[in-house]
Design a protein around this ligand. Structure first.
Ligand code: ARG
Length: 270
């Protein structure tokens, strides 16, 4: 089967105020140097990559004092034109939630307010008909039931066990309606068994791929945009029939984010 692309609508946030000033995941070192201008140019290149692939990119205004707002994937979960707003675990990111919810309300979407901690597409990923949902570090298990009620789609709970892979989208990438790529060791034994059962033909990433946040990739069903440093995963995806585009977002990795973290998919009702 030749993979086919479908045009996507993405929401992104320019890293105007990007910085590493606190530590809420093991990648972040507030004492290490970072280069805001480089972060912006790497992000611009990611945005241009999506435009070149024929996708639509919308922008939300970055707010001062919210250095992680560039990670738009954490702003909401949007499926079938319905929006589940987010509630962050950490106070440092709390004010991003109303900003993203307001953007969706102003854009004409129905927005559901969450009762439990959920960090949007960081932990909740649409895979064909079902939603895969991570828990263990950020999104609360109770949020999975809430997600199922809002979207009326089955939610599969996956237990994350490695603090380096604290969001589901750092350990697993949805490639198309039927397949995923993932790092088995980021999941509990039971969740690994679930993934093997659901996706027997999955692309298995290596530790070296995951260490450069290679799984934090964005697929349109045919082309996978992934960190250029993830050379092994790149080859494995090509062998599986996908096209790939490598992008360098090394500055954003200093906050624990990659291409997918910067990208929120806006799925309208067809
Ligand atoms: N510094 C951010 C945090 O720890 C990075 C978020 C990355 N986003 C993602 N979707 N994985 O919350």
């Amino acid at each position: 089967m030749t993979p086919t692309a479908t045009p996507r609508r993405y929401l992104m946030c320019r890293p105007t105020h990007f910085a590493v000033t606190y530590r809420i995941n093991p990648w972040m070192d507030p004492t290490a140097p970072y280069d805001n201008a480089l972060a912006v140019s790497q992000w611009e290149n990611l945005r241009q990559t999506f435009l070149d692939l024929g996708h639509t990119v919308e922008l939300i205004e970055p707010l001062p004092g919210l250095p992680d707002m560039v990670f738009a994937a954490n702003g909401a979960t949007v499926v079938d034109g319905k929006v589940l707003a987010v509630q962050f675990r950490d106070a440092e990111r709390a004010d991003e939630a109303p900003a993203y919810a307001a953007w969706f309300r102003e854009s004409g979407f129905d927005v559901f307010a969450p009762k439990h901690t959920n960090e949007g597409e960081g932990d909740i990923l649409l895979a064909g008909e079902v939603l895969l949902a991570g828990t263990g570090f950020r999104t609360a298990h109770a949020a999975h039931a809430e997600t199922q009620e809002v979207f009326g789609r089955p939610v599969i709970t996956l237990q994350l066990v490695d603090p380096a892979y604290y969001h589901l989208d750092t350990a697993l990438c949805v490639l198309d309606e039927k397949n995923i790529a993932y790092l088995p060791s980021a999941f509990s034994p039971g969740s690994q068994a679930v993934l093997r059962r659901l996706f027997p033909d999955a692309v298995i990433a290596t530790a070296a791929d995951a260490e450069v946040l290679g799984l934090n990739a964005v697929s349109d069903g045919r082309t996978v945009v992934l960190p250029v440093q993830a050379t092994g995963l790149n080859a494995a995806l090509r062998a599986a029939g996908y096209s790939t585009v490598g992008v360098d977002v090394s500055e954003l990795r200093k906050a624990g984010g990659g291409p997918k973290c910067c990208t929120l998919e806006v799925r309208t009702r067809d």
